[in-house]
Write a protein of this length. Structure first.
Length: 493
């Protein structure tokens, strides 16, 4: 169970940037500096490969050398992080560049150029369908830039595999605003500088629905190798890159012998994708109407403002208990997630092929995709809380894509317990509540408001309040420009 709003307000005002940089790669920090960000934000790892990777030939050694440069720089960045956790200037990324350059025996200009090259390559790789086994599926196929890097269609789960007809079990999540997600921890505590370190926020972090990977490169590995997603192999990826128009640029960035080893090439591809996915101006620009509102550059409408009030109200929506809407202590924009893993009893999506087996259950952190927590009942049924930024651009909601509109999603929260027959099957007059979670795990279900009511009670939100919360959620879409009504309407659509 996640803490209530009062607890979250104590523990979630987290200067994300420097708490995470100490454990993450310097590549993304450099990307922030290159983008001339005016606030310091956390960076996703572009960190070191394993020792085993270094033995995979000359090309892999070159990749490892570049990545080790990032890993060696981390110690210096971590020291600076702990010394100044609330820094918001752009001088620290520049200092990180200096540290990286010193540790790697390179000039600052060379380090910047390396990150620039990897970012450019990562973008080309992101849109390259030839990396997949079918030759028809790119990263961008399921993570559309025009839809907040989530799917452009309303399918619950996306089609993939070598025949482009296979399906998985989970909705494709957004790739935006992942830079602040902490590494997975079973018991998450803030530092004393960031909040009340005595508060255990429970399972928190990780970049996937079940929190099983912490690094962007590891996240990218999953769909590339999955038989029901891109269905590729390191050899196929290497062949595609060698034949691509950017092959020479790839050699320039990673060394003349990079293609000597499939494993080295594949690792370099993952590193480039990770670096691209940390480009601040693309993946965490903070350009929504709500950001403009927080900066005093625009006003919310009456409906949007009321929706925000309901969203924050502990006795109403209580949405902010998990989807934090306030600036952090150091003034950084809110992430609209506490990154915690939570069980809310989403209905079973019977349209999914895997659910044709009545004995199959997607239990999130305890399996089946994640295996290290298998058999640990307290982790069954919990999934990571996604950011709500750009949520209005999504066309499927929750981990199994069961709903296809914001109204449906908000209505589920508001009426799950008061009107369960609207969401769950009714058999012989009895509602089969929580039909996608075996009863032995029901103790994990969240019971904080609005999930603290019973059938026959008045729903926590009325129709007007549901509508206003949806109106507020629409203010979280990036691309807002104060005074540009036509352009903002186009961005919203």
């Amino acid at each position: 169970m996640r803490p209530g709003l009062a607890g979250i307000r104590k523990t979630a005002v987290r200067p994300q940037a420097w708490r995470r940089v100490g454990t993450l790669g310097i590549g993304a920090v450099l990307a922030m500096a290159l983008a001339a960000m005016t606030v310091t934000l956390a960076a996703c790892d572009a960190g070191s490969q394993t020792a085993g990777d270094k033995a995979n030939g000359n090309g892999n050694a070159q990749v490892s050398a570049r990545v080790d440069m990032n890993a060696n720089a981390n110690a210096g960045v971590a020291t600076q992080a702990s010394a100044s956790p609330a820094s918001t200037s752009t001088s620290t990324p520049a200092s990180a560049v200096k540290v990286a350059a010193h540790e790697a025996g390179q000039t600052r200009a060379q380090v910047y150029e390396s990150v620039r090259q990897m970012t450019a390559l990562g973008k080309q790789l992101f849109f390259d369908a030839s990396l997949s086994g079918s030759g028809k599926l790119a990263c961008a196929s399921c993570h559309s830039p025009d839809h907040g890097f989530s799917p452009a269609n309303s399918l619950s789960v996306q089609l993939g595999g070598n025949d482009m007809h296979r399906t998985g079990m989970r909705a494709a999540p957004t790739l935006k605003y992942l830079q602040s997600v902490p590494a997975f921890a079973e018991h998450y505590h803030e530092s004393d500088d960031e909040g009340d370190e005595s508060v255990d926020a429970g399972p928190t972090g990780g970049l996937t629905w079940d929190g099983r990977v912490d690094r962007g490169s590891d996240q990218a590995r999953i769909p590339l190798l999955s038989s029901f997603e891109m269905g590729s192999t390191p050899a196929k990826v290497t062949a595609a890159v060698k034949a691509a128009p950017y092959a020479e640029a790839f050699r320039t960035a990673f060394g003349a012998h990079i293609f000597d080893s499939d494993e080295a090439t594949f690792n370099a591809v993952l590193q480039a994708l990770e670096t691209f996915e940390q480009a601040p101006e693309i993946f965490y620009p903070y350009t929504s109407k709500y950001d403009a509102y927080l900066a005093g550059k625009t006003q919310l409408t009456k409906a949007e403002l009321h929706g925000l009030e309901v969203f924050n109200d502990e006795k109403k929506g209580n949405c902010a208990s998990c989807h934090i809407s306030q600036r952090t202590m150091d003034g950084a924009p809110p992430q609209f997630s506490d990154f915690g893993l939570i069980a809310i009893g989403v209905p079973r999506n019977r349209a999914l092929q895997v659910n044709r087996d009545p004995h199959f259950y997607d239990l999130g952190a305890c399996g089946p995709e994640r295996t290290d927590l298998k058999g640990r009942a307290e982790f069954c049924g919990i999934f990571r809380t996604p950011t709500l930024r750009n949520v209005a651009l999504k066309k499927s909601f929750f981990h199994n894509g069961i709903y296809h509109s914001l109204d449906q999603a908000v209505r589920f929260y508001a009426q799950r317990d008061t009107n369960p027959e609207k969401f769950y099957p009714v058999v012989k007059g009895k509602v089969q509540k929580f039909d996608d979670l075996p009863q032995r795990y029901w103790a994990n279900l969240n019971t904080d408001p609005p999930f603290d009511r019973k059938p026959g009670d008045k729903p926590v939100l009325d129709e007007a309040e549901i509508k206003d919360v949806v109106a507020f959620l629409n203010t979280l879409t990036d691309g807002y420009k104060a005074g540009n009504k036509a352009g903002n309407q186009a961005a919203a659509n």
